[in-house]
Write a protein that binds this ligand. Structure first.
Ligand SMILES: [Zn+2]
Length: 56
């Protein structure tokens, strides 16, 4: 269980790094589940994994 959580945390950090470095254009997508703002290119919320495709 702990290994899986570490893997998820690492994946989330990678997505954050990608977000900070790429700076995709367009308005961020606000997650309907946790209200976190995600880059418009994301299909899933980086924080909670909620599907963002329906929110766009
Ligand atoms: Zn979320």
């Amino acid at each position: 269980v702990w290994v899986e959580q570490d893997a998820q945390a690492g994946r989330a950090k990678a997505l954050i790094d990608e977000y900070l470095t790429t700076r995709t254009t367009g308005a961020p997508v606000k997650c309907p589940e946790c209200a976190e703002e995600n880059p418009p290119s994301f299909d899933l919320c980086w924080k909670c994994g909620h599907d963002l495709t329906a929110a766009r």
